[in-house]
Design a protein around this ligand. Structure first.
Ligand code: AMP
Length: 492
């Protein structure tokens, strides 16, 4: 199927061609003809599936006839976060380049005056977060009785963020006869109830199971101790050593931890920005832009801030915390492996995370492979297992213990905290500018290269006897009596 088969206007088809899209994504192919036919649509699709264009493109076609009136927007799009709202504006700018439409963004954190002025002139498309929209309404600056089409995007996220009462209020303010498009990545019972209330005889467009993770993403679990310093150190180690690294989003469960981790990574010389809900709008947009344009290679973020962000080329996602809601795991790692690219996700798992991890594995119906020792192997003190644990397993080594042979840090019991001097001694390598925060291996100091060579096979290293933990048991030495042939009774 081509875009031309969907019934979009010529102007919209031109901008689709200009965007370089050769064919519609499944959600676009399913939804666009029904939106153009003025049907209500229930779209079950995650971000990354092209769902924004699935409503923006037909809206542009529909808006080509008619005119906006002062304070009475013709269409309304509700988004859970400011970033998502701003991203929808970008979509209108991109696809609506041939249209002369007025698009207004009503979000918190920016001045009411500018937003008022725009509303007064009349807008074709109003894109808003629920709270700020109701603020404008209560100040008498806005009438919603002219809304012909309402989009409720990321409904399940609205639910998580406690916006449902606001949404219910807003829906009562728009005409009953409106057209409604309702998008959600997941359909928990509360969202199904809302969809039943808001939509009239909807067409259902569903593209992927909400719980599914893309096959293009390599997922790994990494066991850590409970000590935050230990966790941060493990993360830094991963950033430095993981293959194919270009850039990464690092997710934390709490805003406070986003700030702490951001400061810590900066102190260690990484090129990093932070994104969380307590930052003002300008700072959030600046952080996002610096990550998008590559001037920083790491973005530490909370779920709310990062939900649905359109950053096509992320090579890695690190879950610094295991998310409390299993669905967040699917959304987080969905930031990588987009648009057919390969992606990698690493989830740090500490003591107490077992329940959340089990919920993720049950939701996604897959068990994720451990990189290095499992949490059980790591032990309750968080110390990494000693070499004998893998040696004793002999020929039956697991994938995780095989990994131990590559990475010396996985084998060696380390002190709980690295000394300040040890940390500082490494900093010159990391205090490089943005894109060089992970230099190619060849250019790293000999000391580090040596560690990596040792990591592959400790017996080939001149340092191994000094650096390795004391070998317990037989180690690599086979005593002569074990090598002697065994004589059976019948042989004598
Ligand atoms: P979304 O699911 O709306 O966040 O879109 C994810 C990404 O897909 C964005 O970078 C869009 O520019 C891109 N995209 C949207 N529609 C298409 C299409 N038909 N072909 C290729 N890429 C698309």
């Amino acid at each position: 199927m081509s875009f031309a088969d969907l019934g979009l206007s010529d102007k919209v088809l031109q901008s689709v061609t200009a965007a370089g899209y050769s064919q519609p994504t499944p959600i676009q192919a399913q939804a666009i003809p029904h939106v153009l036919a003025r049907r209500d649509v229930l779209g079950i699709a995650q971000t990354g599936t092209g769902k924004t264009a699935a409503f923006v493109l037909p809206m542009l076609t529909l808006l080509e006839s008619g005119r906006a009136r002062a304070r009475m927007p013709r269409t309304l799009i509700l988004e859970p976060t400011r970033e998502l709202a701003a991203q929808v504006v970008e979509n209108f700018d991109r696809y609506g380049a041939n249209h002369n439409l007025s698009v207004a963004l009503i979000i918190g954190g920016v001045s009411f005056a500018d937003q008022d002025a725009k509303l007064t002139r009349g807008v074709d498309v109003l894109i808003a977060t629920p709270g700020r929209l109701l603020d404008h309404f209560e100040r008498g600056k806005l009438l919603l009785t002219g809304v012909e089409l309402l989009v409720i995007d990321e409904a399940d996220r609205m639910l998580d963020m406690g916006f449902i009462p606001d949404i219910e209020r807003i829906v009562k303010l728009v005409p009953f006869t409106r057209q409604t498009l309702f998008f959600s990545a997941t359909m928990p019972p509360e969202i199904t109830r809302l969809a039943d209330t808001f939509l009239h005889n909807p067409v259902r467009a569903e593209v992927a199971k909400a719980a599914s993770t893309a096959a293009t993403i390599t997922q790994r679990l990494v066991a850590t101790g409970a000590d935050p310093a230990d966790k941060r150190e493990r993360l830094r180690e991963l950033i430095r050593t993981t293959p194919d690294f270009k850039n990464a989003i690092i997710f934390c469960n709490r805003k406070r931890d986003v700030a702490v981790l951001h400061r810590s990574l900066l102190r260690h010389g990484f090129s990093v920005a932070a994104l969380h809900g307590d930052m003002d709008q300008r700072a959030r947009m600046a952080a996002l832009e610096s990550f998008r344009n590559g001037s920083v290679s790491l973005l530490v973020a909370s779920d709310v801030a990062a939900r649905g962000l359109d950053i096509p080329a992320v090579s890695h996602v690190f879950n610094y915390d295991v998310p409390h809601h299993a669905e967040d795991y699917v959304h987080r790692i969905g930031r990588t492996g987009r648009a057919g690219r390969l992606g990698h996700s690493y989830t740090l798992v500490g003591p107490g995370d077992e329940k959340s991890l089990a919920a993720i594995e049950s939701l996604t119906a897959q068990s994720v492979t451990w990189e290095g020792p499992t949490l059980a192997e790591l032990g309750s003190d968080g110390a990494r297992p000693r070499r004998e644990s893998s040696a004793r397993r002999g020929g039956q080594r697991s994938a995780s213990s095989r990994h131990d042979e590559r990475d010396p840090s996985q084998r060696e019991p380390r002190p709980a905290r690295e000394s300040r001097s040890a940390r500082e001694s490494r900093s010159p390598r990391e205090s490089r500018p943005a894109r060089e925060s992970r230099p190619p291996r060849e250019s790293r100091p000999a000391r580090d290269r040596g560690q990596e060579v040792r990591g592959r096979d400790p017996r080939h290293s001149a340092h191994s006897s000094a650096d390795e933990p004391r070998v317990i048991g037989l180690g690599d030495h086979v005593p002569a009596f074990l090598a002697r042939p065994v004589l059976k009774k019948s042989d004598t």
